[in-house]
Design a binder for this molecule. Structure first.
Ligand code: CP
Ligand code: NVA
Length: 306
């Protein structure tokens, strides 16, 4: 029996697997745009477990699996026994006997790891405090569509060293590109979480403008991620100078694109001029969650399809 494949961190897949995944995402997207039915997951069931809020992740997984011929079941902490003390291990045993694939959005990464260790079916990380790998797959797919290979390119991360930042840094190690990070003091990258093997793909900048110089992608995220709301005011003070604005995009250069996983707060981490401006690719990025995750679900359930 082949070993069960999960997608819990970006580094779970190799560069070859990503090449194949991006090619499949592109093909699946073309079928969808041409209204050509493609139902490789008929009779397959995806269970989606949400312990945090979501718009894009729920929508893209639910619509995605249905468009591939399968169905989705939504569970959240409030309405299931997960909120009443049933262990993650017991939940994994039961849920994975009734489904073909599980997606989880939760707090600590250890929760998805524990679930996966007791699951009979593949498990996808739909965001944890530490990582958001599905988003970075969509982000890189978006860059490839617009500019070609990301190898050797520079991604500038402005703001919090959060789940998105950690995942960009992991992706840089797998796909061989560079990440310039500028965070306020006290919010620096944790090398272990980011999976940094030395500093080959990572450079830290005190000045956010310097971090953005010559970048191919400038990207940021909310100052306060889900689960950290108690730090809101303190963070608003600390992050005030870590905002992507038109001047920063100019330093990056005319070919740079702006990405944001969304939801965004205009006037905080990014100005309206940038996110609604000509260099912004955020709507294509959001849409690509759908196409990239369809390729991901196909791969995890059926293996490599040519
Ligand atoms: N980007 C993203 O994951 O969005 P949601 O929180 O709406 O799912
Ligand atoms: N860093 C954000 C991403 C939301 C999609 C959070 O974790 O809340």
């Amino acid at each position: 029996m082949t070993q069960l494949k999960h997608f819990l961190q970006f580094k779970d897949f190799s560069r070859e697997e990503y090449d194949a995944l991006f090619a499949r995402a592109s093909w699946i997207k073309a079928q969808f745009k041409a209204y050509k039915p493609y139902w490789p997951l008929s009779d397959r069931t995806l269970v989606m477990i949400f312990e945090k809020a979501s718009t894009r992740t729920r929508l893209s997984f639910e619509a995605g699996v249905q468009q591939l011929g399968g169905s989705a079941i939504y569970l959240n902490t409030r309405d299931s026994q997960l909120g009443r003390g049933e262990t993650v291990e017991d939940a994994a045993e039961v849920i994975s006997r009734m489904s073909d694939l599980v997606m989880i959005r939760t707090f600590e990464q250890s929760i998805v790891e524990r679930f996966a260790a007791h699951s009979r079916v593949p498990v996808i990380n739909g965001l944890t405090n530490e990582y958001h790998p599905c988003q970075i797959v969509a982000d890189i797919f978006t860059f490839i569509e617009k500019r070609g290979s990301i190898q050797g390119k520079t991604v500038t991360w402005i703001g919090d060293s959060n789940n998105m930042c950690n995942t960009w840094l992991q992706a840089a190690e797998v796909l061989d590109f560079n990440v310039h990070v500028s965070t306020p003091p006290g919010y620096e990258v944790s090398p272990d979480l980011a999976g940094l093997r030395g500093t080959k793909h990572f450079e830290s900048f005190d000045d956010p403008m310097e971090a953005a110089r010559g970048a191919d992608i400038v990207t940021t995220d909310v100052w306060t991620s889900m689960g950290f709301e108690a730090e809101n005011e303190e963070r608003a003070r600390a992050f005030a100078d870590w905002r992507v604005d038109a001047e920063m995009m100019q330093i990056a250069g005319p070919n740079a694109i702006f990405l944001h996983c969304l939801p965004a707060h205009r006037g905080e981490e990014v100005t309206a001029e940038v996110i609604d401006g000509p260099q912004s690719a955020v709507w294509d990025e959001a849409e690509n969650r759908l196409h990239a995750q369809k390729a991901l679900m196909e791969y995890l359930i059926l293996g490599k399809v040519d």
